[in-house]
Ligand binder design. Sequence first.
Ligand code: ATP
Ligand code: MG
Length: 339
Amino acid sequence: MRIAVAKGDGIGPEIMDATLSIIGATGAPLDFEVVDMGKTWYEKGHSSGMTPEAKNTIEQLGVLLKGPMETPKGKGMKSINVTARKMWSTYANKRVFKSLNGVETVFSKAGIPIDITMVRENIEDTYGGIEHMLTEDVALCRRFITRPGSIQVHKYTFEMARKKGAKKVTCGHKANIMKITDGLFLECFYEVAKDYPEIKASDIIVDDLAMKLVSRPNDFEVIVLPNLQGDILSDLCAGLVGGLGFAPSANIGDNVCIFEAVHGSAPDIAGKNIANPTALLISSCMMLRHLGMTHEAIAIENSLYNTLQQGYHTIDFGIGKDKQLNTTEFSQQIIKNLQ
Ligand code: ATP
Ligand code: MG
């Protein structure tokens, strides 16, 4: 089976090479088709951040394992990550935040394991990029939420929750202030929830959700959120399980699915071979399961868990220097533990 691979910018190539070598070591029957996508191609004049050949390959293969792509803040180029999600209408972004043995956090020290799945609506909201200056001193941004878009993401959420045997789904929103847009998102949530009577559906205002996530994270199992709120709270959830190095994601569309780490291109540590490849590696396990290669996914996950439990770590987590490894060494240790 062939899949498309875009290595990405910044730490992208380092964590991608680590991930591909681990997948390769499982003997998974996969061929990687590396495509031209990222900042370099944007700068070469491809406004979508990819060549037409890359676009064709991804559409033909339907699965993209993707490294992070750099997005400058403020003025300048548009986000390639957002362009890709829109181009292929990957309407749901599933992000899994799970405690891992060997990764110490405030909650692990208190003996509280965390297992939260967040679904971020992925193509609507303020990410339409409809922003302009109204006058010299007034900037205006429009946000859009649609009924079909909301229904689609809520259906995905409840189906996923049912498959994983979750007992409850919570919808985060700010419908007390954004009564029409978030109001519609919330209305659609309860409409879809009716078809899943075995799952307890409830909603919570997003600021209250932020507070409860850090004080009582175990009150939540599956959470669905509009795009921007989902972006912010997923980084918060990453913090609960040890940081951005541990947060994987899947962008789900009808024709193309993109698997990528939640974190960005981390330019501050790029090129040093010290980045943590775990988030991309767990994303690749989500991809393997999506492709039906469950056996290989489980093998990688077990090997990763063993490696972490043995105390091996990259510079962004863990204690002490003696078991601190660089990106390549960390991936080699995981490969060793596969055997
Ligand atoms: P984006 O705009 O693409 O979301 P960002 O500004 O949110 O990017 P990130 O690239 O996500 O920034 O990084 C945030 C911080 O987390 C940085 O200090 C970075 O070094 C660190 N970080 C991110 N990913 C990793 C990783 N895989 N391993 C180690 N540190 C990481
Ligand atoms: Mg970010």
